[in-house]
Design a protein around this ligand. Structure first.
Ligand code: KIV
Length: 271
């Protein structure tokens, strides 16, 4: 039997065992109670309260504006809807980069105020001290390498990262460092599949890929993208399992028509 079907509550230890057994790990984002409940019921192993909430919930063009208070609000809502999945919360931009003490304070606020299971933060060597400080306080940390959206102004775009060998070598060194600092896993975003395969083979901790090919230990997608709510967003790595944008706008226009033509409510829908 797979670990996935046996487990009542997923922990970081569950993910470690899944990697050891070669069982793929699933992750989706969620930012609210109702979605988190559905995603958990669908059997996903981990739910990420991503700072992508800044994009899909608030409409910002980058993840930079979202605050710690806003992330805590989203995480509290998600945790109330989840029974089985491991809930991981992003530390937002500006809450961990300045020094390890500030990073620990931000991580503690998330753990104390939301009842989530772990935090995630972006970066390699430059984030190492912050990661060590948070892990030493007993908080599980997931790393994030490759395309790290909080550095978008430095990258200048959302293109593929680590195409050149020098950046690829740095990414491998960073991944090994994150593991040494105590991370329980690492997200690899938008890097060549062959590089993700090399990193995955060298790490004992699981890699979770987005736009990083099939050889990662697991996969993550943004929920709104995966159910096709985000019209016009169609990067190569994205598989849309539904086309909810069309479904929902269609349902809304039918409702508008029904009300205008006095087809809603009917007698049986009235008291
Ligand atoms: O914020 C987010 O949704 C993420 C995933 C894309 C990994 O960091």
């Amino acid at each position: 039997m797979s670990i996935h079907t046996e487990i009542k509550k997923v922990t970081t230890e569950t993910l470690r065992k899944m990697k050891q057994k070669g069982e793929k790990i699933t992750m989706l984002t969620a930012y609210d109670f109702t979605t988190a409940k559905m995603v958990d019921a669908g059997g996903v192993d981990t739910i990420l309260v991503g700072d992508s909430a800044a994009n899909v919930m608030a409409g910002y063009s980058t993840t930079l504006p979202i605050t710690l208070d806003q992330m805590i609000y989203h995480a509290q809502s998600v945790v109330r809807g989840v029974q089985r999945a491991l809930v991981i919360v992003d530390l937002p931009f500006g809450t961990y980069q300045s020094n390890p003490e500030k990073a620990l304070e931000s991580a503690i606020r998330i753990m104390k105020e939301t009842d989530a299971n772990a935090i995630k933060l972006e970066g390699g060597a430059e984030a190492a001290d912050a990661i060590k400080k948070i892990v030493d306080a007993g908080i599980p940390v997931m790393g994030h390498l490759g395309l790290t959206p909080q550095s978008i102004n430095q990258f200048g775009g959302y293109g593929l990262r680590a195409k050149e060998e020098a950046e690829a070598e740095k990414l491998i060194a960073d991944a090994l460092l994150l593991q040494a600092m105590g991370c329980f896993g690492v997200v690899l975003e938008k890097i060549p599949a062959a590089l993700a395969q090399r990193v995955t083979a060298q790490l004992a901790i699981p890699t979770i890929g987005i736009g990083a090919g099939v050889h990662c230990d697991g996969q993550v997608l943004v929920y709104h993208d995966m159910v096709g709510m985000n019209e016009g967003f169609a990067p190569k790595f994205l598989r849309k399992y539904l086309n909810l944008y069309t479904e929902i706008t269609g349902a809304v226009s039918t409702y508008v028509k029904d009300v205008k033509e006095q087809n809603f409510p009917s007698v049986s829908e009235s008291y």
